[in-house]
Every structure is written in structure tokens, then in C-alpha cells.
Write a protein that binds this ligand. Sequence first.
Ligand code: FAD
Length: 411
Amino acid sequence: MNKTDICIVGAGPAGSFAALFLAKNGIPCTLFDKAKFPRDKICGDGISGWVLTILSELDGNLLKRLSEQPFILPSYGIRIAAPNHKYLDIPFADNGLLQPGLSPGFTGKRFDFDRFMIDEVRTKKEVDLREATEITGFEKTKSGIRLSTSDGEKIESRLVIFADGANSKFAKNPGGLEKNKKNTMTGLKAYYKGVTGFHEKNYVELHFLKDILPGYFWIFPLPGDTANVGIGLDQYRISRRKLNLKDKMLESIERIPYLKERFKNAEMISKVQAYNLPLWDGKRKLSGDHFMLAGDAASLIDPVTGEGVGHAAISGMYAAEQARRSIENKNFSSEFMRQYDVDLYKRIGHELYISSRIPRFIRFPWLFNMMVNKGLKSKTLQERLGLAMTDLEVRKRLKDPSLYLKVLFGR
Ligand SMILES: Cc1cc2nc3c(=O)[nH]c(=O)nc-3n(C[C@H](O)[C@H](O)[C@H](O)COP(=O)(O)OP(=O)(O)OC[C@H]3O[C@@H](n4cnc5c(N)ncnc54)[C@H](O)[C@@H]3O)c2cc1C
């Protein structure tokens, strides 16, 4: 049996960022993934400001190199379409954290983005990357956790970071996280070529269609005249409304006049694929004796925007920081590991809480329509909404009912 200090299960953004932050501190780890890279991950391919912020904390040069990759498209804002099909184009506000000259957001296929990150991992002598190796089970031991691999190997580790994604084998046990239909979204995506009508600065687009509120239909432009097109809604509402999401997505493109026009020369160039998004629905314990959960395994997806890559990156960074503390202090107890939860929630807990309250408001089509109608007439409101995409203080106000009253009935 092998013995090691730190194992990471899953080499998506949560696992790869954890491994890279550990390597930055000269700390060795073993990183397992059941897939062999490059591998695809069903996603909208939006790479938000959070990812770029954490990349720049990791290594500014890496961020610069990412921005120069041909699979990356810089994005400068967001288009939000109301159920009445009127839309607002809102530039992302500059949060001042990024290097000059870089766009505040990117899009890029996850196939390429995750390959880029793993290629960086491969350059680190501290990381023992084991691809095509699934972790099939675990046992608690006196001094840590014993993992079993699909190769029949047993590895005893003092600390394990479970970053094995939305269908995590370990989120419930040992993690203690329960998933249900309300906190799990189903997302579907397909690649298209030839969609027209994008904003000249490659805005990502969320279309809040009446039948799928508070979920949405999205169109994210990608390089080479291609786009990631998809739809997402929580599983509770899908069942209650007896929706077939794939039919809804294709029907919307065929029947809604403004979408039909934009897709008239477009061609679907992939299959339609679906996957789960574990949404954040409250503060829960994300660590215990000898382990931490990170990324989707920790249900860290923003319940409004569906953004999870940035939160996976942040959790990977804090998990690496806690691993460093644990090794230094030779303390892997649940009590000591709790600092991971504290750090992570300090950075994103408030933002997640605010997002979790917003769906209560955006599920009403009339309210949404009126907000966008007003927004079209008010430069101030447009600016406020732009800030809300990047600035927490402004986003806080979106969960406050008085904001909607002021917008609807104020000047
Ligand atoms: C349709 C859809 C659209 C989305 N759109 C966006 C978007 O536009 N922007 C955004 O920010 N987020 C988006 N998300 C969410 C985003 O994809 C996830 O939040 C993100 O991938 C989480 O990263 P992760 O590292 O936690 O998990 P993953 O990226 O899923 O990585 C987990 C890794 O673990 C490996 N693994 C699993 N089990 C094991 C095991 N037992 N042993 C070893 N390895 C294992 C897997 O092979 C995988 O490589 C979307 C999700 C969906 C489904």
C-alpha cells in the first residue's frame, strides 16, 4: 500500500487549481482523474471574472497566456432578455482586479480550457498526475483516509480533497451533503455554427423565457463563428411543469421570432448533451476529519447565473491553503479543517446567499418585463445592473423588494 500526504480526487477546475496552488507552495500531491485529458465537460463555456481573478492570484503570466489562446474569446458584457423578448446590453463593470488590456470575462470551450490547465499541471514536479484512474471507494483509518483505485491500488492519505464534480461519489459520504430536485439544475447544451446578431463585444446572452423562469436559455459566442447554446432549470420545476427541456430549447429556436431570425442560417454541429448543476442552497459544512469538498462536489454553483467554474477555482485555492496549514501543524482534525469553510465562505458566502434569494423575484415574467422596459429607458438603471454583475454591494440590492418597487414606480 502507498502512503502520501495529499490526494485530490478529480482534475477539473477545482482539482487542478488546488494542485497548482499546492505546487506554488512546493507541496507535493497526487491528483487523480478517471478521464484521460483532454476530456470534454458539458458546460456553457463561460469563463467569468472570478476565474480570471483567481488565475491572476495564481500566476499572472498564466492568465496572460490563457488570454492569448486561439480557443479564447474575450467578452465585455452580458445581454439579458426579458420574457417579452426585449433585451438590455450591460457591459461588465471593471472590478479593478485584472491586468490592463484584459477583458473582464472570456468564453472558451471547456475541452480546451481544462486541457490548458492540465498542461500547466503537467509542468509541476510536485504533482503526480494519475489520469484514467478512478477512485472507487474510501475507508477511514486512524491516520487518514484510504482510497481504492480502479487499478486495485490502495493509497493511504493524510488529507483528501474531493473535487469529483456534480455527480460526486463522496459529497454525501463522507461529505454529508444531500442533493434534491430543488437544488439541482439540469442544463443542456449544443454547439452551433452561424448564429448571428451578437453584440460586437461578444456579450454572453441570458434569455429569460416565460415557460422556464427562473431558469434561462443561453447563447454564448465562441471563436470561429460558433456558439454554445443551452437551457437550464431546476429539476423540481422541470417535473412540476412536465417540461422536456430539449424540446423547449429546439422549439424556442424554431418558434420565437427574434431567435428564429438569428438562427436562420445556423447549423447544430454537435449533439445536445445534458448534465447536472448542483446549486448552492445554504451554508453547509464542507470539511471533516482528513478531508475537504471542493467545486461542484461541494455544491458551489451560483443559483442565478449557473456559474461554477470560478467557485471551483476559488475552493481549490482555499483547499490548497488549508492543506498547507494542516501539513505545517500536523493537524487534520475536523475542528482544524473548519478554517477552510471559514475562508471560502468569507470570500463567496455572501454573494451566494444573495444569489439564492434572487430567484424569488425573477420567477415573475411581468416583473422581469417591467424591469427591462424601465432599464431600456434609464441609463442609471443599466449602469446599476452592470455593476450588479460584478459588484456585491449592488447585487445585494437586487434581493431587496424595495428596489423593484422603486424601479417600477419611481422615476
Ligand atoms: C450545461 C451546463 C452549463 C454550465 N455553464 C457554465 C458556465 O458557462 N460557466 C461556469 O462557470 N459554469 C458553468 N457550469 C458549471 C461548471 O461546469 C461546473 O461548476 C464546473 O465544471 C465545476 O468544476 P469541478 O472541478 O468542481 O468539476 P468538474 O469540472 O466536473 O471536474 C470533476 C472531475 O472529476 C473527475 N472524476 C469524477 N469522479 C471521479 C472519481 N471517482 N475518480 C477520479 N476522478 C473523478 C471527472 O472526470 C472530472 O474531470 C455549467 C454546467 C452545466 C452542466
